[in-house]
Design a protein around this ligand. Structure first.
Ligand SMILES: Nc1ncnc2c1ncn2[C@@H]1O[C@H](COP(=O)(O)OP(=O)(O)O)[C@@H](O)[C@H]1O
Ligand SMILES: [Mg+2]
Length: 262
């Protein structure tokens, strides 16, 4: 498998083994929160054939990723999101893009690397599972956030993803970052801490990896309502916003040495 072109700025991938655990919710709100802090941030929908960000953020219409890749380039596809955030939406229902084809992925990443130089930070919203796109984008990332809920199937799939990333790194020689955990839909901080500790100790025991607990989000109506076009990151108070701010601060701190402040 040929190596993908690196992005010229820090790249954070939000992923998770299972669908519906809140990857897109986390990626979109974290990106808005970074943009709100004044970071020139690009949010990229990396569920290339079946993207949700366009709907979730009620983005204005524009050329599709499929058209842009074959013609004017990715910049033509960028849409204005909230708080100065730029968003590169994916196609929805584009079977060719969903196939995880290596040549297409290489072409997409080369175009993304060019676009990324306009930003300070790129946040990617990944598809679920352990398909070739997910593994390849994780290798490209500086930080990988694995999202899970306390649900036992979500936890099993989060472990499965961390294990697959580990094996993929061994097999290809790629330098896959040790993933970090975000516990979504927890009832409180104690539950989130407990879940993260449990998953971490399983990873330590079987993979000799220690995924850090990067943060958590509560199960909340406010977050759920945000899926319909008004993301909760736009609010100014509440536990949800506090948790998001904490996640953003940690992310910012750990990336500061590589972020170029203009
Ligand atoms: N913390 C939360 N509390 C309540 N609902 C949530 C929370 N996180 C996500 N959701 C809801 O769960 C559904 C799936 O979330 P989504 O971000 O699309 O998951 P994924 O991208 O992992 O498939 C959405 O309807 C979303 O609003
Ligand atoms: Mg999603």
């Amino acid at each position: 498998m040929s190596a993908l072109q690196r992005l010229p700025v820090p790249f954070v991938l939000v992923t998770g083994g299972k669908g519906g655990v809140g990857k897109s919710t986390l990626a979109a709100n974290l990106a808005i929160s970074m943009a709100r802090e004044g970071r020139r941030t690009l949010l990229v929908d990396l569920d290339l054939g079946l993207g949700d960000l366009e709907t979730m953020l009620a983005l204005p219409e524009g050329p599709s990723l499929e058209d842009a890749l074959d013609g004017p380039g990715l910049a033509a596809c960028v849409r204005a999101g909230p708080c100065g955030l730029d968003v590169l939406p994916a196609a929805n229902g584009a079977e060719a893009l969903a196939r995880g084809d290596e040549a297409l992925r290489g072409r997409f990443v080369a175009a993304l690397a060019q676009l990324a130089s306009r930003y300070e930070l790129v946040l990617g919203d990944s598809a679920a599972g352990i398909g070739p796109d997910v593994l390849a984008f994780a290798c490209l990332a500086d930080r990988v956030l694995v999202t899970t809920t306390p649900d036992v199937t979500a936890l099993t799939d989060a472990y499965g993803l961390i294990k697959a990333l580990d094996r993929y790194g061994e097999r290809t020689g790629a330098d896959v970052p040790t993933p970090e955990l975000v516990i979504n839909q927890a009832s409180d901080v104690a539950e989130a801490d407990g879940i993260a500790r449990k998953l971490r100790s399983i990873c330590q025991r079987f993979l000799c990896r220690s995924p850090r607990h990067a943060g958590w989000l509560p199960r909340s109506q406010r977050i759920a309502r945000g899926a319909a076009g008004r993301p909760f990151a736009l609010e100014s108070e509440g536990l949800e916003v506090l948790c998001l701010r904490q996640l953003g601060l940690r992310l910012d701190r750990s990336l500061r040495h590589t972020l170029t402040t203009v």
